[in-house]
Design a protein around this ligand. Structure first.
Ligand SMILES: Nc1nc2c(c(=O)[nH]1)N=C([C@H](O)[C@H](O)COP(=O)(O)OP(=O)(O)OP(=O)(O)O)CN2
Ligand code: ZN
Length: 149
């Protein structure tokens, strides 16, 4: 069985090597969809009975470990020194410096690696992260898939 929880956040970025518009500083209403697989829990009387994982718990983990860190931040590539240095001059600015260029593909891959160890099987139902889908716009997204991240 697979279940998916969607969360949304706002962030700024730019793709420094892009040939067109995306080299400019701009922002997106990103969405992230976290897909887990596992067997349906059969535990009479337990709050998670009949679930793979409570959607509220799926959300809480992704929010605490990823979305709260990226929301209203500027996601900048470490090698984009002109922007890194510019943002460092703004006191208290929420900047997330990444080792990769903040494309949808790289953000999906990074999100998968951050979240993968956090979805732990606590009911013996073989729970695991299968996919992170990262929407940059409603029309553009990237999938980081287990085994092909
Ligand atoms: N493979 C990728 N291509 C592009 C990425 C990316 O992350 N991976 N990112 C961008 C830009 O950041 C941009 O935000 C997306 O631009 P665009 O294609 O213009 O998307 P829109 O939804 O704004 O376009 P519409 O034409 O309005 O649908 C570019 N490429
Ligand atoms: Zn963009």
């Amino acid at each position: 069985m697979r279940i998916t929880r969607r969360l949304e956040f706002d962030a700024g970025h730019r793709i420094p090597d892009h040939a067109s518009q995306c080299r400019h500083i701009h922002g997106h209403r990103y969405a992230i969809e976290v897909t887990l697989s596992g067997r349906i829990i059969d535990a009479a009387g337990q709050p998670v009975n009949g679930m793979v994982m409570d959607f509220a718990d799926v959300k809480a983990i992704a929010k605490h470990h990823l979305v709260d860190l990226w929301d209203h931040a500027f996601l900048v590539y470490r090698g984009d020194t002109v922007v890194v240095e510019l943002l460092a001059r703004i006191p208290g600015h929420k900047t997330v410096v990444l080792d990769v260029i903040p494309t949808a593909e790289n953000l999906a891959h990074l999100a998968f690696r951050i979240l993968d160890p956090l979805y732990r099987d606590t009911y013996g139902n073989d729970l695991r992260l299968e996919q992170v889908r990262l929407y940059e716009t409603p029309n553009c997204w990237a999938d980081a898939i287990r085994g092909a991240e």
